[in-house]
Design a protein around this ligand. Structure first.
Ligand SMILES: Cc1cc2nc3c(=O)[nH]c(=O)nc-3n(C[C@H](O)[C@H](O)[C@H](O)COP(=O)(O)OP(=O)(O)OC[C@H]3O[C@@H](n4cnc5c(N)ncnc54)[C@H](O)[C@@H]3O)c2cc1C
Length: 312
């Protein structure tokens, strides 16, 4: 019996959510097996440091949701995994449902807290666009997708076993034949630990460099409200909210964003929220950890200068 945590890579790097999944798996009190598809021993080391007892390496030449699900299901069966944890990412959402069908498991998606035991798993997930949380108890076997940045990565040292699996992609009906990447932000929104977002209050696309300069200084990703996207000031890939991306960074800095419920739906679970808005009654201040009631065109450059001094 074990928890199987499915690691995710981005380019040559292990995504942070992979280590979060492994640490979260340990809370259920059983050995944690991490599945590493197309990864290296260096990635395996990172997974051990976050709590994996065993890392199973497998290969998938060309990604397809079916091929990935076939490998995950085969390894889950081989290892007797009662719980499979995957990221609530584009990738995780692509294959998790298929795995649940193949191994006959219950499913819970977009979870932010995991406690309990391997048999009775207690989960918390945002519902109604983040206005409330549902506390759910499900029985294993279970496939659970976990919101990135919602779990603490806990340092761990113990046995380290790497195994190579022969699990194969099996029969697959459709494959991705090519991918067109649009520019996108320098730092991926959904992985970012800090996000600086702009709304209608930035007045026009000519003012993004103001926010981008703050992003570059502190290593943040650039986000936007739907009003800014609908105005054609920035691509939809930057939009945060109900009809954009759901993010959960350590720090979310909202500049000239009123805090409509549809925007909060996408960023309300951020650990710290900083709001810069000249209207003291803007709803964003109801969820903000820190609020600055002032003109963003004064505050953002001052903040950037101050960070530059502090960070050298
Ligand atoms: C079905 C549906 C789905 C939606 N999905 C999304 C979504 O995914 N994401 C999303 O963001 N919205 C979404 N919306 C839209 C949402 O309701 C709001 O209209 C939108 O979030 C408002 O964007 P905003 O805060 O940038 O603009 P506004 O609400 O116009 O707010 C602008 C803010 O900027 C402040 N401001 C102006 N000038 C300055 C200045 N110089 N300095 C400081 N502050 C200043 C103002 O005080 C104001 O609070 C959705 C709506 C619907 C109906």
């Amino acid at each position: 019996m074990a928890v199987l945590a499915v690691a995710e890579l981005k380019g040559d790097s292990l995504k942070k959510i992979s280590r979060e999944l492994v640490s979260a798996g340990r809370t259920l009190g059983t050995p944690v097996v991490a599945l590493l598809v197309n990864g290296t021993d260096a990635h395996a080391k990172e997974l051990f440091a976050a709590g994996a007892d065993t890392v199973v390496k497998a290969n998938l030449a060309t990604y397809s949701p079916e091929g990935m699900a076939n490998i995950v299901s085969a390894v889950a069966k081989e290892k007797g995994a009662k719980v499979v944890l995957a990221a609530h990412s584009v990738l995780g959402r692509d294959f998790a449902g298929r795995v649940a069908v193949q191994i006959g498991a219950n499913v819970a998606a977009d979870v932010v807290s995991i406690t309990g035991s391997l048999d009775n798993i207690d989960l918390k997930k945002p519902i109604y666009s983040g206005k409330a949380y549902a506390n759910i108890r499900i029985k294993s076997p279970a496939v659970i997708t976990v919101r990135p940045n919602s779990q603490e990565v806990k340092a761990h040292s113990g046995a380290e076993a790497i195994e190579n699996s022969s699990a194969a992609e099996g029969s697959v009906n459709g494959k991705i034949v090519s991918t067109d990447l649009s520019g996108g932000s320098k730092v991926q929104l959904t992985d970012a630990s800090v996000i600086v977002s702009g709304g209608r209050g930035i007045k026009g696309p000519e003012n993004w460099p103001l926010l981008q300069s703050l992003c570059d200084t502190i290593g943040a990703a650039l986000g936007a409200s739907r009003a800014a996207v609908d105005a054609g000031w920035i691509a939809h890939s930057h939009q945060v909210g109900q009809t954009g991306k759901t993010v959960s960074p350590n720090c979310y800095i909202a500049c000239g964003i009123s805090g409509a419920i549809q925007h909060l739906a996408g960023m309300g679970s951020s650990k710290y929220i900083v709001a810069i808005n000249k209207d003291k009654d803007a709803p964003i201040f109801k969820v903000a950890t820190y609020g600055v009631v002032d003109d963003l065109f004064k505050v953002v450059p001052a903040l950037t200068d101050e960070f530059k001094k502090v960070l050298g």
